[in-house]
Write a protein that binds this ligand. Structure first.
Ligand code: ADP
Ligand code: MG
Length: 732
């Protein structure tokens, strides 16, 4: 038995009805085994049980018939006359005609002897001396082929047919392949689970996915195949997690003394949510296995404060800590924040980015010798030449901007450091169960006290004056404001012709760390005025024409690091009133006195970006306002604006974002680790995903090697689907 289940499914070329040349054709559609063929599901089904024998067709009713062409004739089509193609058709019970007008190309399509399925209204034709016949007028037609099911064929599958094959042939091959399911494809879902979830067996599911007798059978079949797809993915994630649990990490001891020394550094009381997350992290750090935790918390929820706890715990245990941010501005800001927290602690900090080239060598030396306790930096931290003496914890802020690969490369820096990934773009539940499904998750679902929700308004293009007046008033009360634009510079006067905005976007390289670029995934249409406002141009106008008496500064990603630093610190300390910027301030920037944000060309920003940008204000007890200026024209842009006006709940926004853009775009990079799902959909089939995950994790908990007899087939399925290449299985 076991030998049988271990063998890989046989090549499709040995299937009855397939020879070398058809095998080649199938291979071009990605079908090389019998299994591939069986999972090549129909694109639709049609209910053929409604086919009427010709003898029972009634005049003035719509009927579907299945009949053979016995003759065909065409007439007209010249000198302005209507072209008419007549078909004479018959089945076992009678005869009928079909007529098509002005569809000359059909002459080449139909031939004598061909079997057709036709649906149309039945009329009487003839009279006045000629015989009267029934006629189908301009029916919908479909070529049924010789070996098609009989007229009473029930529900019939339709495939996307690879060039050179035909619908009937594919149906025949499927039937042949279905005969092999028992001997070729062991059911990978253990029977207990099938029973628990009321799932049909693999054979029944495959049969009904192709040839169901009822719609319900078809639905159940798909449910099973979707479950199976999620089940494989979740098994892999569960095994990855188990493997992680077997690794030795950097176990720490967090004594009450260490705990209270860390707490003394906070100038505020921790929120309940922060306390809860810190206790989860504390448990992880003290366990012998490396932590692998995702910390989600809306902007301003206090993630950095939590990270500080973990970093100090590491240092107290004589490990080094690394804190990685996606942009230099952010890294810089975290560095300052940490310096502030650690003012009274005896901790040696270093700052490392790629632009700090001059001191780089010196800093690297200190990291390698262990002279430095905590290093803050950008992705420069994961470059090859960085060596840690004893890295115990890596904190990665704003996960979305880091590829999964970079997360992985941190792991090679120490033996097996604990990893804490923080994201302010909440991960929709669907994705936290898949892409991030091997991480433990913590959520900061409570804002520090004293915050007031940001008020958001949409202002139509043309009403800028109202915006400027409002901003002026707020600044007079002592607050500060951001103005955000999608571009650094205005494009040249004559914009380059674009074939398709979408196409162009698709061709852009995925430079996730380029913090200067505008609207990374959104933007589609140049504004109707033809010109996009840019930060540089608007900085000039705002400072010279609109707010001549205010201090207006410009910040963008192409500036040199020291300039950026100076501009940020001027704004932070209140030496400037208005900061004109690009999305460079999207993440993490923290200036509590800023209470207004104007986002111009708001239709060009993605939903996540809008949410992040808005999160820059409302960071203190002041009343804050976000003004979205623009002219959303596409349906998608309107949905984005509506979503951002409707809620400030980051999770809801993330779910909506995922819905609008679809999972591929949501992540934007190939290496996101997004599962390649063929049948299931992570949004529509969320419930199935959740049960498959629950089952897979429980299975792995009870049988980590998948070695018991009932789980053997699950293991075979996993190996077949994901293979060893994924490196997921280190069973036994
Ligand atoms: P995040 O990283 O989640 O955006 P931060 O940790 O940067 O949030 O915190 C945002 C702001 O709130 C900071 O100014 C921080 O000092 C402050 N803060 C954090 N936790 C608390 C708390 N428990 N009570 C009051 N203020 C807090
Ligand atoms: Mg932050």
């Amino acid at each position: 038995m076991t030998e049988n289940t271990d063998k890989t499914p046989s090549p499709v070329r040995y299937l009855k009805g397939v020879g070398p040349s058809r095998a080649e054709t199938l291979a071009r559609s990605g079908i090389s085994t019998v299994e591939d063929l069986l999972y090549y599901l129909p694109r639709k089904h049609e209910d053929r049980s409604s086919i009427t024998p010709i003898s029972r067709v009634r005049v003035n009713q719509t009927a579907t018939i299945c009949a053979r062409v016995v003759d065909l004739q065409s007439a007209g089509g010249r000198y302005g006359r209507v072209h008419r193609l007549m078909l004479w058709l018959e089945d076992d019970t009678g005869e009928i005609q079909a007529v098509f007008f002005n569809q000359r190309y059909l002459e080449d399509k139909f031939e004598d002897g061909m079997r057709l399925i036709l649906t149309g209204k039945v009329k009487l034709y003839g009279g006045r001396g000629k015989s009267v016949t029934m006629q189908l007028v301009s029916p919908a037609y479909e070529i049924a082929g010789d070996s098609d099911e009989p007229a009473s064929g029930g529900i019939v599958p339709f495939y996307t047919v690879p060039a050179g094959l035909s619908q009937p042939l594919l149906r025949k091959l499927m039937r042949n392949a279905l005969d092999l399911v028992d001997s070729e494809l062991p059911d990978g879902i253990p029977e207990t689970l099938r029973r628990k979830r009321r799932l049909p067996s693999l054979r029944t599911a495959l049969k009904n996915a192709h040839f169901p007798e009822t719609e319900r059978q078809h639905r159940e079949a798909l449910r099973r195949l979707k479950y199976e797809e999620f089940f494989v993915l979740e098994l892999a994630l569960a095994l990855r997690r188990i493997r992680n649990l077997r690794q030795t990490g950097a176990p720490m001891k967090i004594t009450p003394k260490i705990d209270s020394r860390i707490r003394a550094l906070y100038p505020f009381a921790l929120t309940k949510a922060q306390e809860k997350v810190i206790s989860q992290i504390r448990a992880d750090l003290q366990s012998p296995h490396p932590m692998n935790r995702l910390l989600q918390g809306d902007v301003g929820s206090g993630k950095t404060a939590v990270a500080v706890y973990a970093l100090l715990a590491a240092v107290a245990n004589h490990y080094q800590g690394a804190f990685m941010a996606p942009t230099e501005i952010l890294a810089e800001q975290h560095y300052r924040t940490l310096l502030r927290y650690l003012d009274k602690a005896r901790v040696k900090m270093a700052f490392l980015t790629s632009s700090a080239a001059a001191r780089r060598k010196e800093i690297l030396g200190k990291i390698a010798s262990g002279e430095v306790d905590i290093v803050v930096g950008t992705h420069a931290l994961v470059q090859k030449d960085v060596e840690f003496a004893n890295l115990g914890l890596a904190v990665v802020d704003e996960q979305h901007k880091f590829g999964v690969m970079q997360r992985a490369s941190l792991r090679t820096k120490g033996r097996m450091p604990h990893v804490l990934v923080m994201t302010a773009t909440p991960i929709p539940r669907t994705l936290s169960l898949t892409v991030y499904g091997d991480l433990d998750t913590s959520i900061l679902d409570e804002l520090p006290p004293g915050r007031r929700p940001v008020e958001t308004h949409f202002v139509r293009r043309g009403s800028e004056k109202r915006v400027f007046d409002f901003v002026k008033k707020v600044i007079e009360t002592g607050r500060q404001a951001y103005f955000v634009y999608p571009l650094i510079d205005s494009p040249p006067a004559t914009p380059k012709p674009r074939a398709s905005a979408r196409g162009c976007l698709a061709a852009l390289p995925a430079t996730r760390n380029d913090n200067s670029k505008a609207a990374d995934f959104s933007p589609r249409i140049t504004s109707p005025e033809g010109q996009l406002r840019s930060a540089t141009e608007m900085h000039r106008r705002l400072s010279k024409e609109i707010f001549p008496n205010l201090r207006v500064a410009l910040l963008h990603g192409r500036m040199k690091a020291p300039d950026k630093e100076r501009i940020m610190s001027d704004f932070k300390s209140g030496r400037t009133d208005i900061l004109v910027s690009t999305v460079v301030i999207e993440v993490g920037v923290d200036v509590p006195n800023a209470a207004v944000m104007v986002i111009d060309h708001c239709e060009r920003f993605g939903l996540a970006q809008l949410h992040q940008l808005r999160g820059r204000i409302g960071r203190a007890a002041y009343h804050s306002t976000c003004l979205l200026l623009g002219k959303p024209e596409t349906d998608e842009a309107q949905r984005r604006i509506k979503a951002i006006l409707d809620t400030t709940d980051g999770f809801k926004i993330a779910e909506e974002d995922l819905r609008i853009r679809g999972p591929g775009q949501f992540f934007g990079t190939k290496q996101s680790g997004l599962p390649d799902l063929k049948i299931a959909d992570i949004i529509d089939d969320f419930k199935i995903l959740r049960s498959a995950r629950e089952d897979a994790f429980e299975l792995v908990r009870n049988d980590p090697a998948l070695s018991t007899a009932p789980n053997h087939a699950a293991r075979v399925l996993l190996m077949r689907r994901l293979g060893k290449k994924a490196g997921l299985i280190s069973v036994g």
